[in-house]
Ligand binder design. Structure first.
Ligand code: FES
Length: 283
């Protein structure tokens, strides 16, 4: 399976389908508000992994009820719940998928295909159960569960091996030593400009507003874009930094994500000023 998934990561022939689907998803989910809602910006975490709990939980529970006597109605209810709830989860997944790197998109395409097959089996299962053909409904449900399990395995590869929608910057903290780190004279810092500095080889950005200075990790949580090369924009009255790669936007006074595709906030470091020198430390 590992070798197969590595081949899928490198299979550029999947890009013909992937590029077309990506354009269709981006054209359909055009409003920024809709995209942010589906990325989980309001939650501070990606939404898709949370949403898939409902269909997966309902389908597994239905499979358990299917082997118990006298549970046909309950199994039909759970199979229907899982099938209906899979649709919004799939839309959130497609929205995340459209902003992934090419190798991640290839694996994501196969993940989506497995889940589409699962959904088709489950739609057939619901239809059969509602017509009283519970034996057929059970069989289709089992096939659906098999396809959904394959989709989940591939989704695990996408998240844990390829790091899709995982916070790409937070591991930087593990390379930073404890204690306070000097970052230069406060008086020498220009107002309202992004400045890049390093703490133990970890790149951070500094943004001074009055006597307050924000110190934030520089690597974008989405895909490690250089926030130090981003623009400062005012969004809803808050100064924010906009990632130059895909436009994720983070408040400079707290690090909250305000626009995706990142579904994660950006890490801010605590600061203090000692003898006129700005210092920062691990949170
Ligand atoms: S790297 Fe994608 S938005 Fe920053």
């Amino acid at each position: 399976m590992r070798a197969l998934l590595t081949k899928i990561e490198q299979n550029t022939r999947l890009d013909r389908v992937g590029d077309r689907l990506q354009r269709a998803v981006q054209a359909t989910l055009r409003p920024q508000r809709v995209r942010d809602l589906l990325h989980g910006v309001w939650l501070g975490h990606p939404l898709h992994p949370a949403m898939v709990q409902v269909p997966v939980g309902a389908w597994i529970s239905a499979a358990v009820l299917d082997v118990l006597p006298g549970q046909q109605r309950a199994a039909t209810t759970l199979t229907t719940l899982g099938t209906v709830s899979a649709l919004p989860a799939a839309v959130a997944g497609l929205n995340d998928w459209a902003a992934l790197a090419p190798d991640q998109r290839r694996v994501g395409l196969v993940h989506a295909a497995s889940n589409t097959v699962a959904l088709a089996f489950y739609a057939g299962s619901v239809s059969a159960r509602l017509r009283g053909r519970h034996g057929l409904g059970r069989a289709l449900g089992m096939m659906g569960l098999g396809a959904a399990s394959m989709g989940a395995y591939i989704g695990g590869h996408l998240a844990y091996k390829q790091g899709a929608q995982v916070n790409q910057s937070i591991s930087e903290l593990h390379r930073m030593s404890g204690g306070w780190h000097p970052l230069g004279d406060l008086a020498a810092l220009p107002q309202r400009q992004l400045i890049t500095r390093e703490i133990d080889d970890v790149s951070v950005i500094l943004y001074r507003h009055g006597d307050d200075v924000t110190v934030m990790l520089e690597r974008c949580p989405h895909q490690s874009g250089p926030l130090g090369e981003g623009e400062v924009q005012v969004v809803d009255g808050h100064e924010c930094v906009v990632c130059p790669w895909h436009g994720s936007t983070f408040r400079l006074n707290g690090g909250e994500v305000v626009h995706g595709p990142s579904g994660n906030d950006q890490q801010i470091l605590p600061t203090r000023v000692r003898a006129g020198v700005l210092e920062a430390r691990l949170p």
